[in-house]
Design a protein around this ligand. Structure first.
Ligand code: PMP
Length: 360
């Protein structure tokens, strides 16, 4: 059996070792004679799996008990609504930074619940950068400030935690949580769909500073209520048990790699390898300003967009999969999440060089 190098933006590559453990435990979880998929979420076995996953996630992110770590459903898209529903309290507006497609989706959803002030945007330059913090027009009375720490489609990443004073800071970290060390004590709420650096699709990790409980609107659907989820250990209803279990295996794997510091170094090198290949060629081009280029999602274009399909097909034939850019922007995108090894990036760079030699 050959495993390809998978550059998918999500659902994305999972560590082979994790899939092997899941395979070995598939029919008979630790001598219990059944699969994790077949267990009651109220069983001692599953409660232990869930608690261990939460603990490993807390350890990796260095989270204290001031924060609840929730494993919920509805994806990051569900959180676009859950955030305003939980945090507005008696306030009428929230501040949003717009750095690309995912910020815009979060903004559109929040508008259903409150007045949204777009306090900074890089749309005028086609989302090629992060607007400098000094230019954000923040409202001290906003319920919270929301931004997307890594734009999965545009390939733009925040490398600093913005200082927004006393207003709670909220981040959509779907595509860079756990990719490097981050100081989460600066945040009120952080959320991340699992299907990049955490596990399979179907679960979203939501980290909430507990002092923000109690601000939810009265008519919030129970399933979206952070406080209720916390009181019920994320089991107010049946959770996606298998996705939770697999996420737990990924957390253990990440610990074995040395945690977020070690993986952050690996990720930095992978991205540097690919951006160097792009920048030293006259054939490939990255549209994002150098200091804001994502380490997770590397976007680039070819000198002639008519060659995109041939580039992707040739890559496919070499076992380099899912390099087509998002349908909304075109071009090429290589997602370099934690489970993509340096060897995958090296193989991609080799291929890019031979493709350039043939077509330049
Ligand atoms: N935010 C970001 C940054 C994403 O990359 C994605 C999915 N690719 C989403 C939100 C939406 O996530 P979901 O499809 O899990 O709702």
């Amino acid at each position: 059996m050959t495993r390809v190098f998978n550059f998918s933006a999500g659902p994305a590559a999972l560590p082979t070792e994790v899939l092997e453990i899941a395979q070995a435990e598939m029919l008979d979880y630790q001598g219990r004679g059944l699969s994790v998929m077949e267990m009651s979420h109220r069983s001692d076995e599953f409660i232990a799996i869930a608690a261990q996953a939460e603990q490993d996630c807390r350890d990796l992110l260095a989270l204290s008990d001031d924060y609840a770590v929730l494993f919920l459903q509805g994806g990051a898209t569900g959180q676009f609504a859950a955030v305003p529903m939980n945090l507005l309290g008696d306030k009428k507006s929230a501040d949003y930074v717009s750095t690309g497609s995912w910020s815009k989706k979060a903004i559109a959803e929040a508008k259903r619940y409150c007045n949204v002030n777009v306090v900074a945007s890089s749309e005028a330059t086609n989302f090629d950068r992060i607007p400098p913090r000094a230019e954000w027009k923040l409202d001290p009375n906003a319920a919270y400030v929301h931004f997307c720490s890594n734009e999965t489609i545009g390939g733009v990443e925040f490398f600093e935690n913005p200082d927004v004073g006393a207003v709670p800071l909220v981040a959509d970290m779907s595509s860079n949580l756990l990719s490097r060390p981050m100081d989460l004590t600066r945040y009120g709420v952080v959320y991340s769909g699992a299907q990049k650096n955490i596990g399979p699709a179907g679960i979203v990790v939501v980290i909430v500073r507990r002092d923000l409980f109690g601000r939810a609107r009265k008519d919030i659907p129970s399933l979206f209520d952070y406080k209720l989820a916390d009181e019920n250990d994320s089991m107010y209803n049946t959770p996606p048990t298998y996705a939770w279990y697999l996420s737990g295996l990924v957390f253990k794997w990440l610990k074995r790699q040395g945690g977020v510091h070690a993986i952050g170094e690996v990720n930095r090198k992978k991205a540097a390898t690919l951006y160097r290949a792009i920048d030293t060629s006259n054939f490939y081009r990255c549209p994002v300003l150098a200091e804001h280029r994502s380490t997770m999602n590397v976007v680039f274009t070819l000198a002639d967009a008519r060659l995109d399909d041939e580039f992707v097909a040739g890559a496919d034939a070499r076992g380099l999969l899912n390099l087509k850019g998002h349908r909304s922007v075109g071009g090429i995108r290589a997602s370099l999440y934690n489970a993509v090894p340096q060897a995958g990036v090296d193989a991609l760079v080799d291929y890019m060089s031979s493709f350039e030699n043939e077509h330049a």
